[in-house]
Design a protein around this ligand. Structure first.
Ligand SMILES: NC(=O)c1ccc[n+]([C@@H]2O[C@H](COP(=O)([O-])OP(=O)(O)OC[C@H]3O[C@@H](n4cnc5c(N)ncnc54)[C@H](OP(=O)(O)O)[C@@H]3O)[C@@H](O)[C@H]2O)c1
Length: 287
């Protein structure tokens, strides 16, 4: 077995493990994705702002795997929220897809409620199968989505790794029936995490690598996880996490790592301006 499927609140299934392509240059994205699919990956997480949706789409076509077996996620940026439907039609066009499995609002800024309503309409049109949000760390904004949603979000994608476990927010969201996806699941390979003594003791016990121990932690927490990698060795290593599991005591030990490092540190009042700056500098170049 090299996959687990979780059921979302709309009855559809999502692979619990996959590949994130945030940092993969577009020149190599197609090859990395094709290699991943050959190895057994079935979920790919991209976004308009990553600049490689087109290459993910090419990989889907050239992979030789039935489209229905693959689960593809992308995200729209706040600068697109006022015209979210058009943004998703353009996304489908860039990717060469008739439908996409999951679309997320990438950030909690801008006209997010208007955009969420547009995503609901896209579900009705059959263009998008599932919808969700990302980075809604403001409980007020999260609640605004939850209380106004006609379709409850299926997914909340959030910074989450052993050094920032987000139990309060994640449990709150999970209680509403929303599944959690972890971004920066390996804390971007942060040395202090990879070489941490609790991680090291578990990797010695289970004859696994630090990355495998951390990925397994996400799986046992019930989170969907898609580490990013450009390397074929890491692609193979990261998916090899389905033949061991932790005891309750080991999970308790891993919980003690919480709080040691947070990467997403921008205060809410600066996020809107920063997102606009990123749209201006990055999105204008994405064809
Ligand atoms: N919603 C959001 O705002 C948001 C933000 C950030 C990320 N994300 C999503 O989350 C995905 C994952 O995050 P990420 O890629 O930024 O960070 P990550 O998965 O935590 O870490 C990626 C880094 O870890 C290294 N790595 C991967 N496998 C490894 C292994 N087995 N051993 C040692 N190092 C390894 C990679 O280098 P190599 O290439 O050398 O393997 C890369 O430098 C993204 O690709 C994206 O899809 C979403």
């Amino acid at each position: 077995m090299n996959q687990i499927y979780l059921k979302m609140n709309n009855g559809l299934e999502i692979p619990q493990f996959g590949l994130g392509v945030c940092d993969i240059p577009k020149e190599i994205t197609k090859d990395v994705c094709i290699n991943a699919i050959k190895i057994g990956y079935r979920l790919i997480d991209t976004a308009h702002i990553y600049g490689n949706e087109r290459e993910v789409g090419e990989a889907i076509k050239e992979s030789g795997v039935d489209r229905k077996e693959l689960f593809i996620t992308s995200k729209i940026w706040p600068s697109e929220f006022r015209k979210a439907k058009e943004a998703v039609y353009e996304m489908l066009d860039r990717m060469g897809l008739d439908y996409i499995d999951l679309v997320l609002l990438h950030q909690q800024t801008g006209a997010y409620l208007k955009a969420y309503k547009a995503l609901e309409e896209l579900v009705e049109e059959g263009k998008v199968k599932s919808i969700g949000i990302s980075n809604f760390e403001s409980k007020k904004r999260l609640d605004k989505i939850l209380s106004n949603a006609k379709i409850c979000p299926q997914i909340h994608q959030i910074e989450c790794h052993p050094f920032r476990q987000q139990h309060d927010l994640n449990n709150y969201t999970k209680d509403k029936g929303v599944l959690i996806e972890s971004w920066f699941p390996l804390a971007r390979g942060y040395k202090e995490l990879m070489n941490n003594e609790i991680i090291t003791s578990l990797k010695e016990k289970y004859h696994k690598t630090s990355a495998q121990i951390i990925i397994r932690w996400h799986i046992e927490e019930g989170y969907i996880v898609f580490p990013g990698t450009k390397s074929i060795e890491h692609l193979k290593e990261n998916i090899d996490v389905f033949d061991f599991s932790f005891t309750k005591e080991e999970m308790d030990m891993l919980h003690t790592l919480d709080g040691k490092k947070k990467f997403n540190i921008m205060p809410l009042f600066l996020q809107g301006a920063f997102n606009t700056f990123q749209a201006w500098t990055i999105l204008s170049k994405v064809k």
